[in-house]
Design a binder for this molecule. Structure first.
Ligand code: AMP
Ligand code: MG
Length: 353
């Protein structure tokens, strides 16, 4: 299959390209598209064959459910029942935006889309290309991240093309995404609202709307033996080819330890990559002997850190880096999402110095 690549401006989606993309989805094909979080791999959420194709294109286990993307408020009532008051409040506060809600599904949604579950994950994205595309596609687009299973989610169309060329009908290139980490997932089907995956919409932001929000324990604790409630969180996700270790401690001790470990690894024949910040990158370039030093931005600029992380992991893969050291980041606010993804990429390998 030949994959068509269509470039468009975020603020001014190209009508002809969008029409074509919508047609492909309605005919049962697949289109990758930008959202504010990461690129999605879209198919018709109400067509079981489309969902099967998504799993096949990604190489993703078919018990790992997809998120259904909508572009009109009232469409939530077509695919979810009941819609509790909490869901309406959250939608009012954070939709369109990077928030996914889990609700009980209606019969309209095939089990192929929900990985056999009787619940459905729903998101109304903010990105203008995503919204016009979903509209053209019929209003219900199932989309996981547009990467091959086990690779970091794509933040640029170029990465989608690397993973998906020849596997899908079309890629819409809308430039670099804004957030760079996947949406927050909150489950509203249990007794208390529960965060299954941290994201840009933080626990504090959810608690401004709902009184109390729990966090799935498996997100916080590497040794927790419970089963994560979002099936996707079970898999070793977001893993770079290189062996990643997070070094944690006082800033000076961390830079010193990373320099030492990096020198030792380079002398042992490894190709080392370092995930640094603007504050420390120069020190590593001078003293660590590492082959590749990349900054995620200023340490305080969480938005920059979130946006750079997956790109840097992909770049290290392209450079065939074999060992990676990363500084650690604050766990508060959006930092919880950043550290969740970094810990997963590291297989929870953290050393304290
Ligand atoms: P991705 O689309 O790659 O961001 O992955 C979607 C995530 O949403 C995965 O971690 C899924 O396990 C999770 N998810 C989707 N639907 C449900 C659901 N009904 N219940 C719990 N988690 C879900
Ligand atoms: Mg994914």
């Amino acid at each position: 299959m030949e994959t068509i690549l269509v470039k468009m401006e975020k603020e001014n989606p190209d009508a002809e390209g969008i029409r074509k993309a919508g047609e492909i989805i309605r005919a049962g094909g697949l289109v990758a598209f930008p959202t504010e979080t990461v690129y999605g791999l879209g198919g018709d959420a109400l067509n079981p064959d489309s969902s099967r194709k998504i799993y096949a294109a990604k190489g993703r286990p078919s018990d790992n459910p997809l998120i259904v993307h909508i572009c009109r408020w009232d469409d939530i009532y077509k695919i979810a029942h009941p819609v509790p008051e909490e869901a309406e409040k959250l939608a009012k506060a954070y939709w369109p935006g990077p928030l996914t809600m889990i609700l009980k599904k209606t019969d309209l949604v095939p089990e192929e889309t929900t990985g056999g579950l009787d619940t459905v994950a729903i998101r109304f994205p903010q990105d203008p290309i995503a919204r016009t595309f979903i509209e053209a596609a019929g209003g219900f687009v199932a989309a996981p991240s547009a990467n091959l299973s086990g690779k970091p989610s794509p933040t640029l169309a170029q990465y989608v093309a690397e993973d998906m060329n020849g596997r899908i009908e079309m890629i819409i290139d809308g430039g670099e995404v804004g957030i760079g980490l996947e949406s927050t997932i909150v489950d509203l089907t249990g007794e208390e609202p529960m965060i299954l995956r941290p994201g840009f919409i933080t626990k504090e932001m959810l608690e401004e709307v709902l009184k109390r929000v729990e966090v799935d324990r498996t997100i916080l604790d590497a040794n927790c033996r419970l089963r994560p409630k979002a099936p996707g969180m079970r898999y070793k996700h977001y893993a770079p080819k290189g062996d990643l270790t997070i070094i944690e401690g006082e800033p000076e001790a961390v830079t010193e330890a990373i320099c030492q470990r990096s020198k030792a690894a380079e002398s042992a024949g490894e190709k080392v990559g370092i995930i640094a910040t603007d504050e420390t990158a120069r020190q590593y370039r001078t003293f660590s002997g590492a082959e590749s030093v990349k900054s995620v931005g200023r340490r305080v600029d969480e938005a920059a850190v979130g946006r750079s992380l997956y790109r840097i992991l992909r770049e290290f893969d392209d450079e065939n880096v074999t060992v990676i050291f990363s500084e650690s980041f604050s766990q508060s606010g959006f930092g919880q999402a950043i550290m969740n993804r970094l810990l997963k990429a590291a297989g929870h390998h953290v050393e304290r110095v």
